[in-house]
Design a protein around this ligand. Structure first.
Ligand SMILES: O=C(O)CCC(=O)C(=O)O
Length: 392
C-alpha cells in the first residue's frame, strides 16, 4: 500500500504511479529500487514538497542566459561530435557504474530503446553519459552563462584552455537511478536543466553526512544506495524538474542522487566558491587521511585511487583554491587557504613519495586553468565517481 505522511508528499503518488506503470515499468532492472525509493519518500517526515522549502541548501529556480535555447538535440549533437569517445563518461544506469568500451551510438540506442520492451534482455545495460564536452555543433552554440558565478571574484568557474566556461552535458535514459554521491572534492556546480522529468535528491555536506557516505563507500566497500540513504543522511531535500529549463546551484560537497522518469539532459559547470572553502578542506582532509591509511597498508586498495586522488587534488583542486585566494587576497580566508594549500601539497607529495618509493614530484599546471574535461570521471576507480558513481 502507498502511504504518504503529509499532503505535501502527495505529489509523490503520481510519480510512483508513473514509475510503476508502462512504459517505465518495462525498465525492470531499476524498477524495484525506484519503487522503494518513492515509497520511502512518500512517508518521509518532515514533509517533502516537490520544490524545497525556504532555507534549503540547494538554490533552484534560477534562470540562465543563452544565445540559443539549449535542447536535447544539441546535447545529442555533442555526443555525436566529440573528437574522441574517451572524453565522455558512459555509465550503466542500472548499477550507476562506468561502462567501458561504449561508443556514443550505443548510448543513443540504449536511450531510444530503454522503455521498448516489457522483458528486459538479460545482461543488457541501460546507458547514459556524463561529462559530454560542449562542441561547436551542439550546446556550445548556446553560449550559456553562469551568472553571477562567472563574473564575481568570489567564485572561479572551470574554464577550458581558451578561457571559455568548461560546461559538460549529461544524458540519462528513462528509468535511470543515480545513487548518492559527491562530485569532486569541494567544487560546487551550476546546473542547467535542459530536458526531461527528473527528481533530484540532495543532502547538505555536513560532517556527519560526509563521513557516513564516504566511510560506507571507501572503508566498508558497501556504498549507500538511494533507499537506505534517505533514512540515514540528514537534511534531505527533493526537487522535481520537468518542462521548465531552470538552473540550480549545488553547493560544494552536496550529496546528490537522481531518478530519471524520461530521457533527461542537463549541463553543469564546476565552481569554486570562496565561502565554501571549509567544505573543500574537510573533504580533502578526509581523503588525505584515508590515503595515508591505504599507504600504511591498513586498508586494502588499488593504486588507482591514490594516483587519481593525488593528481586531482594537486593539479586541479588546489590550483583553483590558490587562484581564488590570490584574487581575494584582502579577505580573511585568503591567508588561511594559502597555508592550507601548502600544507596539503606537502602531505600529498609525502604520500606519493611513500607510495612510489621514489622522489616523484607531481606535475604543475598554470593556476587558473580548469582541470580536464574528464573531471567528472577522474575519480575513484572501483568506487562511485568521486564518489560519484560506482565504476565497472
Ligand atoms: O542525472 C543524473 O542521474 C546524475 C547526474 C549527476 O550526478 C551530475 O550531473 O552530477
Amino acid at each position: 500500500m502507498f502511504i504518504y505522511s503529509s499532503s505535501q508528499n502527495s505529489w509523490i503518488l503520481a510519480e510512483y504511479i508513473r514509475w510503476t506503470s508502462p512504459p517505465l515499468s518495462f525498465v525492470s532492472p531499476t524498477q524495484d529500487v525506484g519503487k522503494r525509493t518513492l515509497m520511502i519518500l512518500a512517508k518521509f517526515n518532515p514533509p517533502l514538497p516537490s520544490r524545497p522549502r525556504n532555507g534549503s541548501t540547494i538554490q533552484f529556480g534560477m534562470s540562465y542566459e543563452a544565445s540559443i535555447q539549449p535542447s536535447l538535440s544539441l546535447c545529442i549533437q555533442d555526443l555525436m561530435h566529440i573528437p574522441s569517445a574517451s572524453l565522455i563518461t558512459p555509465i550503466n544506469c542500472i548499477f550507476g557504474v562506468q561502462a567501458p568500451h561504449v561508443q556514443p551510438m550505443d548510448i543513443i540506442a540504449s536511450i531510444m530503446t530503454a522503455t521498448d520492451r516489457a522483458n528486459w534482455p538479460n545482461g543488457q545495460a541501460l546507458l547514459g553519459a556524463l561529462s559530454i564536452p560542449f562542441t561547436a555543433k551542439g550546446l556550445g552554440m548556446c553560449n550559456l552563462s553562469a551568472d553571477p558565478y562567472d563574473s564575481d571574484n568570489e567564485y572561479i568557474c572551470a574554464r577550458d584552455k581558451k578561457g571559455q566556461l568548461d560546461w559538460v552535458g549529461v544524458l540519462t535514459p528513462a528509468g535511470a537511478i543515480t545513487h548518492p554521491h559527491i562530485d569532486y572534492h569541494g567544487a560546487a556546480q551550476f546546473m542547467c536543466h535542459i530536458y526531461g522529468r527528473k527528481i533530484w535528491l540532495t543532502w547538505p555536506a555536513t560532517s556527519r553526512n560526509i563521513k557516513m557516505l564516504l566511510d560506507r563507500e571507501l572503508r566498508d566497500g558497501n556504498p549507500l544506495e538511494l533507499p537506505e540513504a534517505i533514512g540515514v543522511l540528514e537534511g534531505l531535500d527533493v526537487l522535481l524538474l520537468e518542462d521548465t529549463q531552470e538552473a540550480f546551484y549545488l553547493p560544494a560537497g552536496m550529496i546528490h542522487a537522481a531518478i530519471s522518469f524520461t530521457t533527461c539532459s542537463h549541463a553543469g559547470v564546476y565552481i569554486w566558491a570562496l565561502d565554501e572553502y571549509p567544505i573543500a578542506r574537510e573533504l580533502i582532509d578526509y581523503h588525505l587521511a584515508f590515503s595515508a591509511e591505504l599507504i600504511a597498508g591498513l586498508i586494502p586498495s588499488t593504486v588507482d585511487y591514490l594516483d587519481v586522488f593525488c593528481r586531482d587534488i594537486d593539479v586541479q583542486e588546489l590550483q583553483m583554491w590558490e587562484a581564488l585566494a590570490s584574487v581575494n587576497h584582502h579577505r580573511n580566508h585568503a591567508t588561511e587557504i594559502l597555508e592550507w594549500i601548502n600544507h596539503t601539497r606537502e602531505q600529498l607529495h609525502g604520500l606519493i613519495k611513500t607510495r612510489l618509493g621514489i622522489d616523484q614530484v607531481l606535475p604543475n599546471k598554470t593556476v587558473g586553468q580548469s582541470g580536464s574535461k574528464k573531471r567528472k570521471n577522474a575519480q575513484l576507480d572501483g568506487g562511485r565517481k568521486g564518489s560519484k558513481h560506482r565504476q565497472m
